[in-house]
Design a protein around this ligand. Structure first.
Ligand code: 5CA
Length: 440
């Protein structure tokens, strides 16, 4: 993409109401625009990151055997009345009346609707297990929408729902998602720690939050230090036994504020006790027949008896992750994207746009990057060098290639690694090799 043809409305001033780094940088880097409290337009740069995160989440769900579908954002109140959640959910639910005076709502989550889909089609235990998911916008009329996309009112969630005949099988489904989440967050370039969590309005007994440790986190969390550094499971057989992955981690203490147990925490050696602030980027639940029972979502067991299906649900805050990743990956100059989610792979800066040789060299490098699939953003604007440098640092692409008249005379371009700040003078060919290897 040539910057002159792109839409990147970068702000010079720091917006006054943005108190945390991710919110400030997302506004300044032209990633989002607020439309009303907690509701945002995703501008092209932000949209690219959102889509990259979405795709990684999708690939890891698919690997774990979950099946993608799409449910609507607007739901009928009837289903929610069946489960008793219509009244229970309270003012966080945006209630809408259509022209026929039918009660509708903008879905804050989809347990009720997916249970209805399930009961409409599935009759036998032989069709189990099943895990269905979608990636869809949600609405929650939060009391305090804040921190930009981190606590929005309209936000994008991946929500998966598992169905099993027995509790034992449902726990296996839970472990699959637990494992898939560890791999997902590692691929996104962040450390998200699974912690024992409260279940709130979703319900159930067994629940874990996946939490990024960051000073700007909304709540306090407590865990064993070793848990933070544990390697992700990587390639595993999702049809095999995954209980060891779950057990290895849950053997170490980790709890959110609500579930914190000071006595248990005190048993950890003092140098391994970690108290921090956390951002919840995922939350998984097992709630048995909480929805299937009132909604009569049953399957025939092997004796021909109807049994309510045992369910779990598994959420990832896809839009929250954009902010969450920035909280974990930034410096005083701007965002430092992990390679896997960067909106563009490399930024090319032409220091002298009106110099024919520079323009030709930069154009040539840009075309080569495109051909190599490096997804380059080429700053071909006539802005001053300083403006170009600070803009490129702000938007945080993993690599910058700086092309200027002095270097060109010696046949070199400058390569800057955004994360380390390291600069190297290389021939254009050597710079290409460095880039292709970095993204291999
Ligand atoms: N149905 C279940 C799991 S599928 C559910 O709704 N879980 S949840 O309430 O914990 O939400 C799942 C994830 O959505 C959270 O972990 C969080 O990352 C994200 N999320 C929740 N509320 C918001 C919000 N107001 N703004 C942005 N992301 C949010």
């Amino acid at each position: 993409m040539r910057l002159s043809k792109y839409f990147l409305p970068v702000l010079k001033e720091t917006p006054a109401d943005a108190t945390i780094a991710s919110h400030r940088y997302m506004l300044r880097a032209g990633m989002i625009k607020q439309n009303s409290a907690g509701i945002y337009t995703w501008l092209p740069l932000g949209h690219r990151v959102l889509k990259k995160i979405e795709q990684i989440v999708r690939e890891e769900q698919d690997k774990a055997g979950a099946i993608e579908m799409l449910m609507p954002t607007i739901q009928s109140a009837d289903l929610w009345k069946e489960t008793g959640r219509y009244d229970a959910y309270g003012p966080e639910m945006l209630r809408i009346t259509d022209r026929h005076d039918r009660e509708m709502l903008y879905g804050p989550t989809n347990e009720d609707m997916i249970t209805d889909v399930f009961r409409s089609f599935v009759r036998s235990y032989k069709d189990l297990p099943k895990n269905l998911y979608h990636i869809q916008w949600k609405f929650r009329d939060e009391t305090r929408p804040r921190f930009g996309v981190m606590r929005g009112r309209e936000f994008m969630m991946k929500d998966a729902y598992s169905f099993d005949l027995t509790e034992e099988d449902a726990v296996k489904s839970y472990n699959k998602m637990f494992t898939a989440y560890l791999n997902t967050f590692a691929r996104l370039g962040i450390k998200a720690v699974p912690m024992k969590a409260d279940t709130g309005p979703i319900g159930g007994e067994l629940s874990h939050e996946f939490v990024i440790l960051a000073e700007s986190g909304e709540s306090e969390v407590f865990c064993h230090r070793d848990l933070v550094e544990m390697a992700p499971p990587g390639d595993v057989d999702f049809d095999g036994d995954l209980s060891h992955i779950f057990e290895e981690r849950t053997a170490l203490y980790a709890a959110t504020e609500e579930m914190h147990d000071a006595e248990e925490f005190a048993k950890i050696p003092a140098d391994k006790q970690l108290t921090a602030r956390g951002i919840e980027v995922g939350h998984i639940f097992y709630f048995g027949d909480k929805y299937s029972k009132p909604m009569k979502a049953t399957v025939m067991d092997s004796d021909g008896k109807p049994q309510p299906v045992m369910m779990g649900s598994y959420g990832i805050g896809v839009s929250r992750l954009v902010g969450g990743i920035i909280e974990a990956c930034h410096d005083e100059n701007g965002i430092v994207w992990p390679k896997s989610v960067a909106p563009f792979g490399v930024g090319i800066i032409n220091l002298k746009a009106n110099d024919e040789d520079c323009a030709a060299a930069a154009s040539d490098f840009y075309e080569k990057c495109k051909a190599a699939g490096l997804d380059p953003l080429y700053d071909d604007s006539s802005d001053r060098g300083g403006v170009k440098f600070s803009r490129m640092d702000l938007i945080g692409l993993p690599y910058q290639i700086i092309i200027g008249p002095r270097g060109l005379k010696e046949g070199i371009v400058e390569v800057k690694d955004r994360a380390t700040g390291e600069r190297q003078n290389l021939s254009p060919d050597a710079a290409m090799t460095l880039l292709t290897e970095a993204f291999a």
